[in-house]
Design a protein around this ligand. Structure first.
Ligand code: ZN
Ligand code: ZN
Length: 358
């Protein structure tokens, strides 16, 4: 359990008129108590009442995993965990904030049992807590970024032509683990025309001479995510690619350079987008510039038009503009950055130029 974070959660509850917080699967629970619940049909729930110590309701067979100095209420296979949670919440509860990944069947059962209470999303209060990283969190993000940079350096030394996207993705996942991450979260390998699909799932397509390849991967290190994209090309890139890449490189730099405390999230998106639009590729940049990162790979703050959240020291997010020419190629450069007292820190430092490989 993290007493400071529990106290901060209580303050948020007080400000928002929330008397009960219930969090289950997802990253809110490890944020508050250092334990990540298993995602299965047996519910695990932290119940935090405004007037009582937090209690973790956990399946008895998973209780040995908890390892957090939090009061637990282990439930046996024949018990009804919803009834146990409802009893802990009590009849006096009026506003219950519930974690945004809680399975619908559990939410519906709780609403049934606690019929007089109002259920609201816990996400706004949890986002407020999690959006600014403390020193320990920043250190983990820094270590994850450095480990990912090491993987990029290894890919740069490899021959990638003749391999399938899927084979290269598996290799990258293996390197991600060997680099110090405790898990490999994802590996996008998108070659040739597949590069135009930003979230392409690696296929059996064989990478050939002349292909540009989007490589975007990440894992978790001490619970915190890495997420980086670099561009590789086998031999000579396709027509038009180098010109667009020079623009992308400049746009990514402009996005990073725009980061400092007090500016809005959307202004960072704008800084990157202006470079791409100014060069005539605006319609080919089809996604936001970035996303926050922490215990989740995608979390607040989102670097997107319309997000007027002001950046503050300790926020961490990606800067990842892309240009996607349907049917031909795609490109993306992605770094994780953190807002410092007066500017920006890059968590990724690997070379951002085009990697020409065999
Ligand atoms: Zn990303
Ligand atoms: Zn990525």
């Amino acid at each position: 359990m993290n007493p400071e974070r529990i106290a901060a959660a209580r303050r948020q509850m007080g400000e928002r008129g929330i008397d009960t917080l219930i969090v289950t699967v997802g990253s809110d629970l490890p944020y508050l108590i250092g334990y990540r619940a298993m995602e299965n049909e047996r519910i695990t729930a932290l119940v935090l009442r405004d007037n009582a110590d937090p209690v973790l309701v956990v399946p008895a067979l998973e209780a040995p995993r908890v390892g957090s100095p939090v009061e637990t209420r282990a439930w046996e296979e024949t018990e009804d965990p919803i009834a146990i949670i409802a009893e802990l919440v009590g009849e006096g509860a009026s506003t219950i904030a519930i974690g945004n990944q809680t399975w619908a069947n559990f939410v519906l059962a709780l609403q049934d049992r606690l019929a007089t209470a109002r259920f609201i999303e816990a996400e706004p209060m949890m986002a407020q807590l999690r959006i600014v990283k403390d020193e320990e969190e920043l250190a983990a993000l820094r270590a994850a970024g450095a480990a990912a940079d090491g993987v990029v350096a290894q890919i740069a030394e490899m021959q990638i032509s003749g391999r399938t996207e899927r084979q290269l993705a598996r290799t990258i996942e293996q390197l991600t683990l060997e680099s110090g991450h405790e898990s490999a979260a994802f590996a996008i390998v998108a070659s040739g025309p597949n590069g135009a699909s930003p979230h392409h799932e690696a296929t059996d397509r064989v990478i050939e001479h002349g292909n540009a390849v989007v490589v975007d991967f990440g894992g978790r290190l001490r619970g915190y995510g890495s997420d980086t994209s670099r561009m590789f090309v086998v031999g000579d890139p396709p027509p038009g690619f180098r010109d667009a890449f020079a623009v992308l490189r400049e746009a990514q730099r402009a996005g990073v350079d725009a980061v400092r405390p007090g500016v809005t999230a959307q202004s960072v998106d704008q800084a990157a987008r202006d470079v791409i639009a100014g060069a005539g590729y605006g319609d080919l940049f089809i996604h936001r510039t970035g996303h926050g990162i922490g215990l989740d790979t995608h979390e607040h703050p989102y670097i997107v038009a319309g997000n007027t959240v002001e950046l503050a020291q300790g926020m961490a997010f990606s800067i990842e503009p892309g240009i996607y020419q349907t049917g031909e190629w795609g490109m993306r450069i992605e770094d994780i950055v953190a807002v410092t007292e007066d500017g920006v820190e890059r968590m990724n430092r690997s070379n951002r130029d085009l990697y020409v490989v065999d």
